[in-house]
Design a protein around this ligand. Structure first.
Ligand code: GLN
Length: 385
């Protein structure tokens, strides 16, 4: 009888799975896990069907099909004015999750320090630790999610291998501005560190504020790993097509991890994503304005119910303060209670902290149909009266 790996075994089941299972058991409206309840753009889905039928079904190159890699470079030029050599600087992965995993496992040496910003996405810490990295945590707190320059500076050392930056940031819906990115960039350059940038919500920065990729900041072109996800760009989260852009010397060690993790990603979906990335500007504008409208729809409803709603600059998520409703337990208890008793699932924000933040904040996803949001609000109003 052997035990599992001690690092991975020390983590429980991820909160997204826990809350989605509970939602299913209790027939709750699931505003917990962040996935749209629509079926994505018809033409992208149709392209996928065509490529499945017409024989794009065998192992492609481990770097991805040329058409998608070219489309990634064209997209970067169109939206950010970046000039990318698709043959040497792009790689397709099985989702943003694998892109993160391959980047961290490919770059970290045991004992390297890795700076993570809390609240953090579920996969970051386990993979950093499994890769032998030593996490240095910097904490952002609701309701302002302000980045302390002093704390960030103190987290860097001569052992820092990389910082992981997620913008627009899940779950706090913060979009890093130019000044913050420049501050982080200067520290990376001073300490010769990489920036692994999780930009899966790049097209979901709201209110006309731009998403700024770290790779565009002067001095960061050759030390940034930019990560994208087709799941978020096309509201097709189950597709699991991710994309990495990095300079050749940085991409090479990441490819060494990727080749043994998944090696490739379904080529038919890659081809459909290539088609999607070339859609006209109107598609991307509509995705953004549509999601912003859903944000406002859910925020208004939650405010009506009595929640405190924290400003949301991007992503799929709203953070709310449930104290005004008179609930006195922890956020974990509140989200379970809400799922079971009110029939609406949310995710406790403390799940995104390593310790000590059992607070009174719940995260709700608004990437849902209007009728789904309406039904959730109807149930919450009925419950809280
Ligand atoms: N990114 C999604 C969220 O934050 C969930 C992804 C997942 O379940 N792994 O809800």
């Amino acid at each position: 009888m052997t035990n599992g790996n001690s690092i991975l075994s020390s983590f429980g089941t991820t909160i997204f799975e826990v809350m989605s299972r509970l939602a299913q058991e209790h027939n709750a409206v699931n505003l917990g896990q962040g996935f749209p309840d629509g079926n994505g753009p018809d033409d992208v889905v149709e392209a996928g069907v065509d490529y499945l039928r017409n024989g794009v079904n065998q192992y492609p190159s481990m770097f991805g099909i040329p058409d998608l890699r070219q489309a990634v470079a064209e997209h970067a030029e169109r939206f950010y004015g970046l000039s990318i050599d698709w043959q040497r600087e792009t790689m397709v992965t099985s989702g943003g999750t694998e892109a993160l995993g391959a980047s961290l496992l490919g770059l970290i040496e045991p004992g390297d320090e890795v700076i993570l910003i809390e609240p953090l996405y579920d996969s970051y810490l386990p993979i950093v630790q499994r890769g032998g990295g030593v996490a240095k945590l910097v904490r952002l707190k609701p309701p302002n999610w302000e980045l302390s320059r002093a704390e960030l500076e103190a987290a860097f050392s001569n052992k820092t291998k990389l910082i992981l930056v997620n913008t627009p940031m899940n779950p706090c819906a913060k979009v890093f501005n130019l000044e913050e990115l420049e501050f982080i960039a200067a520290l990376c350059q001073k300490h010769d560190a990489f920036a692994v940038c999780d930009e899966v919500y790049e097209h979901l920065a709201f209110d006309g504020e731009p998403h700024i990729p770290m790779i565009t900041i002067p001095g960061m072109r050759d030390r940034t790993i930019r990560i994208q996800s087709a799941g978020k760009i096309f509201s097709l989260t189950g597709w699991k097509v991710g994309m990495i852009t990095a300079s050749p010397d940085v991409l090479t060690p990441i490819a060494k991890a990727h080749q043994y993790l998944t090696f490739t990603t379904p080529p038919n979906l890659q081809a459909a994503v290539a088609f999607g990335l070339r859609k006209d500007d109107a598609y991307f504008e509509e995705l953004n304005s549509d999601m912003q409208a859903r944000r406002d729809h859910l925020a208004d409803g939650l405010r009506d119910v009595g929640f405190g709603v924290i400003p949301c600059q991007g992503t799929y998520f709203l953070t709310t303060d449930f104290r005004p409703l008179g609930y006195n337990g922890t956020d974990t208890d509140f989200c379970k209670y809400l799922t079971v008793e009110a029939g609406v699932a949310a995710v406790p924000v403390s799940a995104f902290y390593t310790s000590g933040e059992e607070g009174y904040f719940a995260r709700f996803s608004f990437c849902k149909k209007a009728e789904t949001i309406d039904e959730a609000i109807r149930r919450l109003k009925a419950h809280f009266g």
